[in-house]
Design a protein around this ligand. Structure first.
Ligand code: AMP
Length: 571
């Protein structure tokens, strides 16, 4: 416990699809804060234990296969959508589940720093759209946090890298492949200014897609249909594929084995086979790289280095492919897991004007173009609209621009302007993020000028204003169920405050017990009997409530479990 931290601490949070971390700045350098288990990484997994208490992190992750109906992972994928996810008897939105992870990180930070932590910088994939950013903002509010800034993940990684590299002038690419998202940024560090030149990416491409392809191949080979399997088998199969993927990151082949209805299914997959299966994903990685280079007006040879972040970069084929594409091998000495959180902490320190930090000025860009839908004179179908961009991708942020628009005919009483994000000429091929309506008096169209102002702020959030004379309208989000209203955020806050959180200090025991229970369900015969004895022993010791005895028993049980657990990821 350290009690000498400044009062205006702003911590940095990497709220990842798979894992989350919290970091802070101490004496000019960022450090990751360990959680209640003493670990730097907290799995982004939320669950309910048998007493209905919420558990977050490793304790929940251990129950993914044994209690799939009471445990949820990878919900970041649903941020900015209206999807509800069942946990126990209730349904939750991704914002609410993310808020539980944030609350857990906040508690860890407060316990470690010995002071209240309210102010945060949270990292998001650069390619997160407006709804996903608003969802992250809502998650922070639901967790009772004061969000000071959203920072793009690759930009955060670049800050952390820039701080450590000691190189002042360089142009580099950050390649960020996480569990569910892929981001490319091209940056320049010059006279203590970190300038993002371009970014590109794919919101729905990440390490999990590699796992899924491996899984589908195994299912095909085994003649199994995923949807027809029970939830526990599905979770187990996903775990098998996830483990095989990780094994293939350091070995030549991996074995996937699965028993169902007395039938044994087995597949030894080689690295060459795996690379062939995921070839379509490798191809998909190329497009954003090429686009970012083009937008930055750079040739690959002009890049000084390539910085890789995100857990999925552990697959050697990623490094190899990127190296081949850019004729330059990515740097190998970056911490894939911690860099983004460290950069977010530095950004927090800069906002809090932490005197120990060297001033770094950061300029970021818009990840995509934003504009409105306008009538297509050569409409291909009813309702076909053209996209009229107002802010173009890769404009430096913050940015604000106004453009005039007119009603399409003289009898019009209302102008409905659809707000779109994307790069297609056709509005309908882009993502619709909202709608503003403005009443107009029927009459000559040129007398009904509407000034549409788009303002994109440092958090990557858009504000739209439409002005006609003195009449000003702000964006009314309609038909965008992915964005929570103020009242809904408040309702979520109340809903979560009713949940009982499992006490932090007892989490260590829960992790060990859940791990033993998971191993019990995965083993049979003598091993299973041995595990049953271990579980009974540990439960008896826990019942004594004697902390010293429990700590001693926990260590013994952990050692015994380590002998049995040959699972590289421990899922
Ligand atoms: P992140 O969101 O940055 O934590 O990245 C998580 C992704 O990294 C998940 O898809 C993991 O499966 C993947 N990952 C983690 N470790 C490995 C590994 N050793 N080999 C391959 N993928 C990994």
């Amino acid at each position: 416990m350290n009690t000498t931290k400044s009062k205006s601490m702003i911590v940095g949070i990497d709220l990842g699809t798979t894992n989350s971390l919290v970091a802070f700045v101490e004496e000019g350098s960022p450090k990751v804060i360990p959680n209640a288990l003493g670990k730097n990484i907290t799995p982004s997994v939320v669950g309910l234990n048998d007493d209905g208490e919420v558990i977050v992190g490793e304790a929940a992750r251990q129950r993914l296969t044994t209690h799939p109906d009471k445990t949820i992972a990878t919900f970041k994928r649903y941020m900015g959508t209206d999807r509800r996810i069942g946990l126990g008897r209730k349904q939750y939105r991704a914002e609410e589940l993310s808020a539980l992870v944030l609350k857990s990180l906040k508690a860890d930070a407060e316990s470690y720093l010995g002071q209240k932590v309210d102010d945060v910088v949270i990292s998001v994939p650069a390619y997160f759209n407006d709804a996903q950013r608003k969802a992250t903002t809502a998650a922070a509010k639901i967790a009772g946090l004061n969000l000071k800034r959203l920072i793009n993940e690759p930009t955060a990684a670049a800050i952390a890298y820039g701080l450590h590299s000691g190189i002042d002038d360089s142009t580099f690419m950050v390649f960020d492949l996480g569990g569910g998202t892929f981001d490319i940024s091209i940056l320049e560090l010059f006279d203590e200014v970190m300038q993002v030149h371009a970014c590109a990416g794919d919101n729905h491409l990440g390490g999990e897609d590699f796992t899924k392809l491996l899984l589908h191949h195994f299912l095909d080979k085994s003649g199994l249909t995923f949807k027809k399997l029970d939830q526990e088998s599905q979770a187990l199969l996903l775990r098998l594929a996830e483990n095989a993927k990780a094994v293939l990151s350091s070995g030549e082949n991996a074995t996937m084995q699965f028993e169902k209805k007395g039938k044994h299914h087995e597949w030894v997959v080689t690295i060459a086979e795996f690379e062939k299966i995921v070839e379509p994903l490798l191809v998909k990685l190329r497009e954003p790289i090429v686009r970012a280079l083009r937008d930055a007006d750079l040739k690959a040879s002009e890049l000084d280095c390539i910085v890789m972040v995100g857990g999925a970069c552990r697959m050697p084929m990623i490094r190899k492919n990127v190296g081949k594409l850019l004729s330059k091998l990515p740097l190998g000495n970056i911490d894939y897991d911690q860099t983004v959180a460290l950069g977010a902490a530095v950004q927090g320190g800069l906002i809090a004007q932490d005197q120990s930090l060297n001033e770094v000025v950061l300029t970021d860009v818009m990840p995509y173009s934003l504009g409105v839908g306008v009538v297509n004179p050569n409409a291909r179908f009813e309702g076909d609209l053209l996209f009229s961009p107002i802010l173009e991708r890769n404009s430096p942020v913050p940015v604000s621009k106004v453009e005039p628009f007119f009603p399409s005919h003289e009898k019009q009483k209302t102008v409905n302007l659809g707000i779109y994000q994307g790069e297609s000429r056709y509005a309908t091929d882009n993502v619709k993020i909202g709608l503003v309506s403005m009443p107009v008096t029927p009459g000559p169209t040129d007398e009904n000028q509407l000034d549409v102002r788009f303002t994109f702020d440092l958090n990557g959030i858009l504000e739209v204003q439409v002005q006609k004379g003195d009449d000003v309208k702000r964006l009314i989000v309609e038909g965008n169920p992915g964005v929570l209203s103020k009242q809904e955020v408040q309702a979520s806050l109340e809903k979560l405050s009713e949940l009982k959180m499992h006490p932090r200090e007892k989490l260590e025991n829960v992790v060990v017990l859940n791990r033993a229970v998971r191993l019990y369900s995965q083993n049979i015969g003598e091993r299973r009997d041995f595990l049953a004895d271990i579980i009974s022993f540990f439960e008896t010791e826990l019942a004594t409530q004697d902390l010293e005895k429990i700590a001693d028993a926990r260590q013994r049980v952990e050692e015994a479990l380590d002998e049995i657990d040959d699972d590289p990821l421990g899922l």
